[in-house]
Design a protein around this ligand. Structure first.
Ligand code: PEP
Length: 235
């Protein structure tokens, strides 16, 4: 399976920095080509400029969320069909920041993933335990329960992102990642599994060696083209 490296730019940057970052990645792909699939997920308003920069390259783009509805009176929301219209191929759903800041439940996430699939996008569905759940020894159960409830039938990608590892610099041990990935691989044998949480150029290769890790979801480090490209090269 081709490794997949996804950059989640979150709510960062300006139109100019988004365009420059996309252009830098295209240059890296030209000068230091990688065989892995590289995807960036900019903020919604910058999808157009990023798409223009990436469209003649092998790089792909996606969004950080989509609505659980098809269309209509949903002020401020963006449908999966609109993302498809912007030539997105992927959409992240159920990111822990959406779960905590947007009060999203597994049920919402399931609906979003279903809308994404129906629009022809590949949903990247994020799962992960929080620190308390980890400390109570419930990580595997929590993640499997999220997988049971939030993942529809179809061509989805799962991203295991322990909440306590996101943006904190704390990375689970290889055996902690392996334990969760093994459980997910058993439950959802055909779906690619990513790891996300404080991935950097310095730890990417080691994480990618863990069985069942098919790629990485990268937050902070995806905002720096050289760092992000070093992660892609590690894959
Ligand atoms: C993320 O937001 O999905 C993420 C993994 O962030 P970071 O790499 O910054 O921990």
């Amino acid at each position: 399976m081709n490794k997949l490296i996804v950059g989640n730019w979150k709510m960062n940057g300006t139109m100019t920095s988004a365009r420059n970052l996309a252009a830098e990645l295209v240059t890296f792909q030209k000068n230091k080509p990688v065989q892995v699939t590289v995807v960036v997920c900019p903020p919604y308003p910058y999808l157009g400029v990023v798409a223009l920069r990436l469209m003649d390259s092998s790089l792909r783009w996606g969004a950080q969320d989509c609505a659980a509805h098809e269309n209509g009176a949903f002020t401020g929301q963006v449908s999966a069909a609109m993302l498809k219209d912007m030539s997105c191929q992927y959409v992240i759903v159920g990111h822990s920041e959406r779960r905590s800041q947007g009060n999203e439940t597994d049920e919402h996430i399931l609906q979003k993933a279903q809308k994404a699939l129906a629009a022809g996008l590949t949903p990247i569905i994020c799962l992960g335990e929080n620190l308390q759940e980890r400390e109570q020894g419930k990580a595997v159960d929590v993640v499997l329960s999220q997988a049971q409830q939030a993942i529809p039938e179809g061509k989805c990608i799962i991203a295991y992102e322990p909440v306590w590892a996101i943006g904190t610099g704390k990375v689970p041990t290889a055996s902690q990642i392996e334990e969760i990935h093994q459980a997910l691989a058993k439950k959802k044998p055909v779906l690619p599994l990513l790891y996300g949480g404080s991935v950097k150029a310095g730890n990417a290769a080691e994480i990618l060696k863990i069985p069942h890790v098919n790629g990485l979801l990268v937050g902070g480090a995806s905002l720096n083209a050289a760092e992000f490209w070093a992660i892609a090269e590690a894959a």
